[in-house]
Design a protein around this ligand. Structure first.
Ligand code: AMP
Length: 455
């Protein structure tokens, strides 16, 4: 990195290395090999969500800043420190979405989805943005998939949602690495969470000096977060603090017990974790996360919970809901760590090499015909020698090369070369497609059909 200081801001120049640009800190390129994993994750998510009656939604990459402030809460880490907020040309404050639920709820209200059969079940696969401190598994742009069930409240819905997340983890081969942590943070009825908050604040009163810098400001603003701080002194104090479980109102208590019972019935292993609170204000009752069995919360792959008050806070009718989101980068990292192989769809079948203008013309047509029947084909249509083209075919790792030169044009033939064996045969031009299909095998063809559309 160049060490220039920008004259007016004094900020180190991170834009370029020499005269080459580099990506901003905390973001990453998803290169083709990793994209195969992303594609697989998305496929599994789409498949499982469709099976469960969820429909896909995409909300804008940016929303009015108040959408997040009002939903996530002003005193949360996300809103107070991590949002990418900017003004547009008319001075309106906009923010890149740091999470998915707020936008989905805004959309539910804006599009009158309460008129649809409830619960409305939606899923998304989207990039999100947080000005987080970059480190392993923590980026400033990252992908999440998530699902929301809006419009009904019952422990069976929470259980179903957790089950869906668990099934996806199983399909991706990472379920064994993570354990479900679950807690209830009660509801907003006076005798439930508010009563607990008063006692929690009283407990911390006078103990601020023993807390870490981050937690000092939390005693008044966001006392629940004091419970899940990982700093040693804060952990010790949190262990002595009153426990929310002892304050739950009878309804929340019964709700939680039922949920645990249903999870048992679904054979989902869980750990009751009284200090799990999640970082966003909108949760009520159920909260849960999938923690790495070895390293814990630090490398969680996903989490969620019930948010019965959020639709109303966002200006809609009182409407209960529950949701979940998982980080795709972290899932992919774990899949790679476990040496899980995903289907490789990008490997080529054929490389087409040619010599001479007439051969090039014929090859252009042939390449499209090959592709149309599902044979993944690349053609070297430049001016390189046949030798150089064959070398390129090797580098592309294509198992076969079709070669056409002046002789083949004249005889209406083509040469098919088996690159591994180094053997080759001459076939009539009209038979090339059939011959290639035979060699590659019907099951390996990458056929594509737009399906039954009505034009
Ligand atoms: P959260 O709603 O913050 O618990 O996020 C849900 C999941 O998204 C987490 O468990 C992570 O897998 C993922 N995630 C959250 N923030 C980031 C980040 N900055 N970089 C990468 N993944 C993240």
């Amino acid at each position: 990195m160049t060490q220039d200081k920008t004259a007016d801001s004094g900020i180190e120049n991170e834009v370029s290395k020499g005269n080459k640009f580099q990506k901003p800190k905390g973001v990453h390129d998803i290169l083709p090999d990793t994209h195969e994993y992303f594609t697989f994750v998305k496929k599994v998510v789409r498949h499982r969500c469709r099976q469960s009656g969820f429909r896909r939604i995409s909300t804008p990459i940016f929303e009015f800043t108040d959408v997040f402030k009002r939903s996530i809460g002003n005193d949360t880490d996300i809103v107070s420190k991590e949002m990418y907020t900017f003004q547009d040309r008319k001075g309106r404050s906009l923010t890149l979405k740091p999470e998915g639920t707020a936008g989905v709820v805004r959309s539910y209200i804006e599009h009158n989805m309460q008129l649809l059969p409830q619960p409305v079940e939606l899923y998304y696969i989207e990039p999100h943005f947080r000005y987080d401190r970059p480190q392993k598994g923590r980026f400033r742009q990252f992908w999440q998939f998530g699902f929301e069930m809006i419009g009904e409240s019952d422990p069976a819905l929470d259980a179903q949602l957790i089950h869906l997340a668990h099934l996806i983890n199983e399909d991706l081969g990472v379920a064994e690495l993570f354990k479900l942590q679950i807690n209830s943070i009660g509801c907003m009825k006076k005798e439930c969470r508010p009563r607990y908050m008063t006692d929690l604040k009283n407990f911390y009163f006078g103990k601020e000096r023993s807390l870490c810098e981050n937690c000092k400001g939390r005693t008044e603003k966001n006392p629940l977060r004091l419970l899940d701080c990982k700093e040693e002194d804060c952990v010790i104090l949190a262990g002595l603090a009153p426990t929310l479980k002892d304050y739950l109102c009878p309804e929340c208590k019964e709700y939680h017990e039922q949920l645990l019972d249903l999870l048992k019935a679904l054979d989902i292993e869980y750990v009751e974790n009284p200090s799990l609170v999640r970082g966003l204000d909108y949760y009520t009752k159920t909260v849960f996360e999938f923690w790495d069995r070895e390293t814990g919360a630090q490398n969680a792959i996903g989490g969620g919970g019930r948010y019965d008050g959020l639709v109303e806070i966002m200006g809609g009718q009182p409407t209960p809901a529950v949701g979940f989101a998982a980080g795709i980068e972290r899932i992919v990292d774990n899949m790679k760590r476990e040496h899980i192989q995903v289907p490789r769809k990008d490997n080529l079948h054929v490389f087409v090499a040619q010599l001479g203008y007439e051969a090039k013309k014929k090859c252009l047509k042939l390449i499209q015909k090959l592709r149309d029947v599902g044979i993944k084909t690349v053609g070297a249509l430049g001016k390189a020698s046949i030798k150089a083209q064959l070398h390129l075919a090797d580098r592309f790792q294509a198992p076969y090369t079709i070669i056409m030169g002046i002789t083949e044009v004249r005889d209406n033939t083509a040469i098919i070369r088996d690159m591994k064996r180094g053997s080759q045969k001459i076939v009539s031009y009209d038979k090339v497609l059939d011959e290639m299909k035979k060699l590659i095998g019907e099951e390996s063809l990458d056929t594509y059909s737009p399906g039954e559309v009505v034009y």
